[in-house]
Design a protein around this ligand. Sequence first.
Ligand code: FAD
Length: 283
Amino acid sequence: MIPAEFEYVAPSTVEEAVQALDRAGDDAKVLAGGQSLLPVLRMRMADPGLVVDLGGIPEARGVREDGDTLVIGAMTSHHEVMRSELVRGHAELVALATRTVADPQVRHRGTFGGSLAHADPAGDLPAPVLAMDAEMVVAGPSGRRTVPAAEFFVDYFTTALDSNEVLVEVRIPKYTGWRAHYEKFNRVAQAWSVVGVAATVLVRDGAVARARVGLTNMGATPVRAHGVERALVGSPPTEEAFRRAAVHATEGTQAGSDASAEADYREHLAEVLTGRALATACG
Ligand code: FAD
């Protein structure tokens, strides 16, 4: 199908983008990689009067360090994220999850920030970002604010972003030296997650010193598996310890049923995949 007619602007700064969104009220959409937005427009599930393309804003692209924090620009493509030495060195979990997103074509066009702003429960990047206590830097008409990942994902396809706000960058504390794995279960290669588990673990002196675990598609938003994290700390990094900790994976989840899986099957997957993600992370 062909999208309904809309005006198109391509600002060169974040502030110009925000002004354009603000002027349009609720009648505008931000365009990042277009991998999710363009199908929505073509199916006329949305018909904004204005599309604000962030593609020409240099500030929103790239990966950099800021002291103990890794900063990923919202418009950085999945391909750039998974190839970045900085991401691989300080946030390996993000690099590994990004590698599982779709296919090379989508990874070249789709963006880190677009995936987070889209907030698809089956999307693979919200869970790692939540598990790693990232913060979202959001620009709006009255300036910039920082939103913790735990408050950013609000509901199915819904975030804390207002219609006149733009996600500029994501700040992730460095996880240098942590082991990581993203375990994804999907029915066909290069497809969305039925369930995914993002796990990163710091092992010191033969025991798990710290652990972070997030779940994909176990509810309307990504879920932090705090019970698993608590059960792991102090344990030796053994398969037995991982299996025991994984029993807590579904605490606080409200998995839904859909054409891919029933809720109880998702719960089974979450437990099995958590054990597997931890074992793979720790080799
Ligand atoms: P867009 O499509 O441009 O935007 C998506 C939404 O976010 C829009 O509502 C837009 O207004 C908003 N938005 C985007 N950027 C910002 C911003 N900076 N500030 C405010 N709002 C913003 N994803 C996975 O995680 N796993 C998969 O396995 C997977 N498989 C896919 C398979 C196919 C065939 C396709 C087409 C996509 C797949 N995706 C998958 C989605 C892909 O990761 C997209 O890149 C992502 O959903 C949206 O990113 P985008 O940059 O294309 O955003």
